[in-house]
Design a protein around this ligand. Structure first.
Ligand code: AMP
Length: 289
């Protein structure tokens, strides 16, 4: 078994390591995560390894992006297993700060997220994106990498982060990589461990409904209202307990579309048992992600 990557706990130490690598002319990639790593996260590490000379993985369960009734306390924290999972890959450092390192006493500055954060998850999870953009900017300060790797799985998050980086002149390239799925189609997620075997079966309704409308769109269906209805019907038939949203949006503004005239993204958030799941796929010219 290969050795664990070195774990760094302080901002000073990781910043020094990254600055030294860059000063030596090496391209640095960062993969921000909340841990409980799965093959989706590993695909981001592999992407960074392909495109960069040095890869830093950050592992931090960020309290400011969880609502008061959300799963911050029970979110899986599995640092040892995460290090084990990364051992087979080239990871130059894992940055795993304690809460006090990221949010020391007196912390009170937050980033106001861009407009795209007001829709969808921004409605269902008030304050979520404020926490996300704040911690991501802080992570980029701690790990001043050349490129950062995110998953298409959290599509709205990727749009919000791209916009934040552009709006605030953050000198980092944002790369968004395809969603990694289980063989039966379920999008990999750290939250899938919450699902009972019966709930996991019902959770397949998300990817199934996306797959269905993807096929309908490929066959020429352009009526986004009708595609939305098909998504909802498939989610309900599959037994999800509550749909937060099932929509088709403009890939950049995230504004809901009534007609497919160009690229679009279908977005779903739904509850199965006590677990909130999200998934999405691109519609139109490019293939499913
Ligand atoms: P998380 O640990 O859930 O905050 O996710 C960290 C990063 O991994 C985010 O950029 C996610 O979009 C990405 N990610 C999560 N699940 C997947 C997946 N199934 N495939 C690809 N990337 C993913």
């Amino acid at each position: 078994m290969s050795a664990h990557p070195p774990v760094v706990h302080t901002v000073d130490a990781i910043r020094t390591l990254v600055m030294q690598a860059r000063a030596a002319g090496r391209r640095v990639g960062v993969v921000p995560t909340m841990g409980a790593l799965h093959a989706g996260h590993v695909s981001l590490v592999e992407a960074s390894n392909r495109e960069c000379d040095v890869t830093v993985v950050t592992i931090f369960v960020n309290p400011t992006q969880f609502g008061p009734k959300e799963d911050f306390a029970k979110y899986p924290r599995t640092l040892e297993a995460d290090l084990e999972r990364l051992a087979g890959h080239r990871v130059d450092a894992v940055f795993a700060p304690l809460n006090e390192e990221m949010y020391p006493a007196g912390f009170s500055t937050y980033v106001e997220p861009p407009q795209a954060a007001a829709l969808w998850d921004g409605v269902c999870r008030p304050g979520h994106f404020r926490g996300v953009v704040t911690v991501v900017l802080k992570l980029f300060q701690a790990v001043p990498a050349d490129a950062a790797f995110f998953g298409h799985k959290d599509y709205q998050q990727s749009v919000v982060i791209r916009r934040m980086v552009q709006d605030l002149n953050v000198p980092i390239e944002i790369r968004v990589m395809p969603t990694v799925r289980e063989p039966d189609g379920l999008a990999m997620s750290s939250r899938n461990v919450y699902l009972s075997p019966e709930e996991r079966q019902r959770a397949l309704a998300l990817s199934r409904s996306l797959h269905l409308i993807e096929q309908l769109a490929e066959q020429g269906e352009r009526d986004a209202v009708s595609l939305r209805q098909r998504m909802v019907a498939t989610l309900e038939a599959g037994g999800v307990d509550r749909i937060d949203y099932a929509t088709i949006v403009d890939p950049e503004t995230l504004v809901e579309l009534n007609e497919l005239t160009g690229p679009a993204v279908a977005l779903i958030a739904a509850h199965v048992g006590g677990t909130r799941l999200i998934d999405n796929c691109r519609l139109g010219p490019s293939s499913r992600k």
